[in-house]
Ligand binder design. Structure first.
Ligand SMILES: [Mn+2]
Length: 265
């Protein structure tokens, strides 16, 4: 059932477990989200350093992070997991207590505007090595294999996976594939989408065409950025200031294709 009043928060690339004290930062954030009475929390992929749907892959950080999601849901917040390149088999029943919906893409309407959110790791069409790895690692045989792996082997493979990914799509992330992003945005606009939100690239990028807009949301792990979508379809971005408090930034004040950390100084 859709609530008559629904504030949404969208977060990209938290990579929990990668930076020191990131879990504590995340717990602070969930308190803030609850205080603002957020109705739906959308993770735009790569919530953890790695998340595999099967419990034997879960270390301490993943268990604690997932417990936060369960607590949010008990308070009535809908939790949506959009699949990122670090997410595997999010449909596994073991994740049922921790998310309301999942998938490679999530869409919703707010204030008469149609929103589409997807991670964005498939936008760079020239990243063949990554695309091959993605197809292989998320295939049915990989799933069957992962399902029955002993825990120690499973954790080891997760570590190896990161090392492999570092050689493929991570190198492509240094430069935003602006032409591919524009093409993807225009395809979504042509299909009737008003607002497209991506993550994955860990830096902000925006494009507007008439009333339609597409944004890459920078990584929460680096900037703490939260994208808010109001019931009226309004979109705004917030970054915590040096004191940890949020600073509002209207969408169209965003610069294009530059490193957010440098620009912020
Ligand atoms: Mn990613």
């Amino acid at each position: 059932m859709v609530a008559w009043r629904m504030l949404r928060a969208v977060l990209a690339d938290l990579h929990l477990g990668q930076a020191t004290r990131d879990l504590e930062r995340f717990e602070d954030l969930t308190r803030e989200l609850c205080a603002r009475e957020v109705g739906e929390l959308i993770f735009l992929g790569d919530l953890f350093r790695t998340l595999v749907g099967f419990g034997r892959f879960w270390g301490e950080t993943v268990r604690r992070g997932l417990a936060e999601l369960a607590a949010l849901r008990q308070r009535g917040v809908r939790v949506i997991l959009v699949e990122g390149n670090r997410d595997f088999f999010l449909d596994a029943p073991e994740l049922d207590p921790f998310r309301d919906a999942w998938g490679p893409v999530h869409s919703f309407a707010a204030g008469g505007r149609r929103f589409l959110v997807e991670h964005g790791d498939l936008i760079n069409r020239h990243d063949h090595m990554y695309r091959f790895w993605r197809a292989l690692s998320k295939s049915r045989p990989a799933r069957a294999w992962a399902r029955w792996l002993p825990a120690g082997v499973a954790q080891w493979i997760v570590g190896r996976t990161e090392a492999r990914l570092a050689g493929t799509n991570f190198t492509y992330r240094r430069e935003l594939p602006a032409a591919d992003l524009l093409g993807a945005a225009r395809r979504h606009f042509a299909a009737g989408v008003d607002v497209v939100l991506w993550g994955h690239f860990h830096r902000s990028w925006s494009f507007a065409d008439g009333g339609r807009e597409a944004h890459v949301i920078d990584g929460w792990m680096e900037t703490g950025t939260v994208a808010w979508v109001g019931t009226d379809g309004s979109l705004s971005f917030q970054r915590p200031g040096p004191d940890g408090h949020f600073v509002d930034t209207p969408a169209h004040s965003w610069y294009q294709g530059r490193d957010s950390a440098v620009e912020a100084r």
